[in-house]
Design a protein around this ligand. Structure first.
Ligand SMILES: Cc1ncc(COP(=O)(O)O)c(C=O)c1O
Length: 498
């Protein structure tokens, strides 16, 4: 095996029209190499039902690292070129391919930015991977409460004033992590938050799981452009690549690229999937070449759909005028958040009806809303099917009753008695909820909607938490808990004293 001395980029200038890893993989799959290496399906040599379903060429492309195809942990040729093109396309200085989704990117961002014991400021409604990242890293969290939208029954992002206040109260914090955009498409003033955080010497890490397409939209500032230090985007969600493939983007020199490379190497497989990695390369090219035009084509279709959905007066679609006016946050119009409680039904019921009666798979449901995600793969026809189905439901199912739940939101954050990592490694026991006051939670109790936890591992259970738990269990939305026994909670053994 000869060492690769120079990359393609060094031999010739690569442009966004190139997809060096994808092209090298296609060439390898088409070559007549006789595989005596793993994976053991040997490029799909046997005609199995799996090969028939997935296609012979997919298996031909499922190979392990060889000289022509570079190595993710120490990229020197086609992976390095592909990552450089991705960095350039997203306006970053470095891009790292991820094969276990944004989950890995979030763990890597926290591990690269913070040492054990350092303070990380995070939204209370952060994704589960952020809590797990705290356990892996041993950081001490400080929480910020998100803006709650009672009209749509969901939460939005952290307002700039909340972030500023968190920076002021935690002058020794190492980093702040923000979700931008939120699952529902809200975008806070990230540029201002980055400016103030950096002035205070605080790093900014962004969970942009739902924002892989933002850099291709007119009038939208993506997280890298806003000034964040590390950003993870789920290319597989809205960027067009295969499920599980994400990008970790690094901008500037506040965090060393070598540190990020080491951390991603620690967290990822040494047999990273070439199907996933090449799909990142190919999707980046598609977005870079055609993304902007595709979103311009999609926008009037989306706007016409909103007008049709709202025409009968039953539904309301979340729009920027609402999020800017009430919460000072902009909104990504590709997230079609449709309030359906005017039908007298919950979002969950409408979600099931759309699937069962009309064969339409929505992205999610909450108490009051269902959400559709629009991407360049959508057409007037596909969006028209959703509109027609919603209008049919409006005609046939409206009861004249508007469903309202009486949920209220936990406005306080319990005391952090130990770090989530200490709680994770403590000895645990499950106790009846009535006996849990004063104990330290080893579990998360989460209320849906609006997806804000009542308590997280390491936090002290209080009478207020227990009362809220009971209220939600009996009267309102669902409480999600890691404990299998209803009415109980897992706590740290002996963890009562301060
Ligand atoms: C806000 C948010 N962050 C992170 C993730 C994790 O992303 P991935 O599925 O790419 O691991 C998700 C997944 O849905 C998410 O919604």
């Amino acid at each position: 095996m000869t060492a690769v001395k120079e990359t393609a980029a060094e031999r010739r200038i690569l442009t966004q029209a190139d997809a060096p890893l994808f092209e090298a993989l296609v060439n390898y799959a088409e070559s007549a190499a006789v595989p005596f290496d793993v994976p053991g399906h040997k490029m799909g040599a046997s005609d199995t039902p799996f090969r028939q379903a997935i296609g012979a060429s997919a298996l031909k492309m499922d190979v392990n690292s060889m000289a022509e195809l570079d190595l993710l942990s120490h990229p020197k040729s086609v992976i390095k070129d592909a990552q450089n093109l991705a960095a350039k396309s997203f306006g970053a200085d470095h891009a790292f391919f991820l094969v276990n989704g944004t989950t890995t990117g979030i763990h890597a961002m926290i591990l690269a930015a913070c040492r054990p014991g350092e303070t990380l400021i995070v939204p209370r409604n952060c994704h589960k991977s952020v809590i797990d990242g705290m356990i892996l890293s041993g950081v001490s969290p400080v929480f910020m409460l998100p803006e709650v939208d009672e009209q749509f029954g969901i939460s939005h992002g952290i307002s700039a004033s909340t972030a500023v206040e968190a920076l002021r109260r935690n002058p020794t914090a190492k980093a702040m992590l923000l979700t931008y955009p939120t699952y529902f498409g809200s975008m806070t003033d990230l540029t201002e938050i980055c400016r103030l955080a950096h002035e205070a010497g605080v790093l900014v890490l962004v969970d942009a799981a739902h924002g892989a397409h933002l850099h291709m939209m007119d009038g939208v500032t993506d997280a890298v452009a806003a000034g964040a230090d590390l950003v993870t985007v789920s290319m597989h969600k809205t960027g067009g690549s295969l499920t599980q493939s994400s990008l970790l983007l690094l901008k500037g020199s506040r965090i060393s690229s070598e540190k990020v490379r080491k951390v991603t190497g620690m967290l990822q497989s040494t047999s990273a999937s070439y199907l996933l990695m090449s799909s990142l390369d190919a999707a980046r090219r598609e977005l870079a070449l055609h993304g902007r035009t595709a979103f311009r084509r999609l926008r009037p279709i989306a706007e016409a759909a909103v007008r049709s959905i709202e025409a009968g007066g039953t539904y309301e679609v979340l729009e920027e005028s609402h999020t800017v006016g009430r919460f000072g946050q902009s909104h990504d119009w590709t997230k079609l958040v449709i309030r359906v409680n005017g039908l007298g039904m919950s979002g969950f019921e409408v979600y099931s009806l759309l699937k069962q009666r009309y064969g339409i798979q929505m992205e999610l449901a909450e108490g009051y809303v269902v959400m559709a995600v629009l991407t360049p793969a959508d057409t007037e026809q596909s969006i028209g099917r959703l509109v027609d189905a919603l209008l049919d439901i409006e005609r046939t199912e409206t009861t004249g009753y508007v469903l309202h739940s009486s949920w209220t939101v936990a406005g306080t954050v319990p005391e952090l008695a130990m770090t989530p990592r200490e709680a994770f490694y403590g000895e645990h026991e499950t106790v009846p909820m009535e006996e849990a006051a004063g104990r330290i939670a080893a579990d998360t109790l989460m209320i849906y909607p609006p997806g804000i936890p009542l308590v997280l591992p390491g936090e002290r259970m209080t009478d207020e938490v227990i009362q809220q738990y009971k209220y939600y269990e009996q009267a309102a939305g669902a409480v999600l808990s890691g404990t299998k026994q209803p009415g109980s909670v897992t706590v740290v053994k002996g963890g009562t004293e301060r």
